[in-house]
Design a protein around this ligand. Structure first.
Ligand code: SF4
Ligand code: SF4
Length: 164
């Protein structure tokens, strides 16, 4: 008898509590993403010189376990003009997010603070290879992440501005 009453109590308590799930994808019912959430990788933007942090050094590309990244580097024209400390800069960058396993290795191996695991996670597409994102898209994802989190580089040496 006591057991049944206890069981009924649990049922009533559960029936009356607020829902812990969200009505996806209703925009006003989304759950807030935690700051440390790891979504897809994105490239970061250096406002001090108006260029990406990425030099196109290829380290992340070599270390990516699914080989879903590619990049091309070029001589940095802003460096030639004495405006940036980066001698080389990324020219092209692509990640096939359909193959990315969100492991974060690319972020760990980058020595230039150029890439972060953003909060982007809603990239469903109908085409098998429809999730290839290029440099401008990766930078847009990064800018949004930087704005949301107030991101700062971990090493001051990575800031491109030339101190006069
Ligand atoms: S993101 Fe970092 S490791 Fe990858 S190419 Fe750019 S600078 Fe190199
Ligand atoms: S998160 Fe992992 S799988 Fe995705 S691009 Fe970076 S290294 Fe590759």
């Amino acid at each position: 008898m006591i057991g049944s009453i206890k069981g009924l109590g649990v049922t009533l308590k559960t029936a009356l509590r607020k829902p812990v799930t969200a009505q996806y994808p209703a925009p006003d019912k989304r759950l807030e993403i935690d700051e440390r959430y790891m979504g897809f990788p994105a490239l970061l933007w250096d406002d001090t010189v108006a260029e990406p942090y990425c030099t196109g050094c290829m380290v992340c590309i070599r270390e990516c376990p699914t080989q879903c990244m590619s990049a091309k580097m070029k001589d940095n024209p802003l460096h030639a003009d004495g405006k940036s400390r980066r001698r080389k800069i990324v020219e092209e960058f692509e990640i096939n997010l359909g193959r990315c396993i969100v492991c974060g290795i690319c972020v760990d191996v980058c020595n230039f603070d150029a890439i972060e695991m953003s909060h982007e996670h809603e990239l469903g597409k109908y085409a098998r290879n429809g999730n290839r994102v290029d440099l401008p898209e990766l930078l847009d994802m990064g800018k949004q992440f930087q704005q949301e989190t107030g991101w700062k580089p971990t090493q001051a040496k990575n800031i491109g501005r030339v101190e006069k």
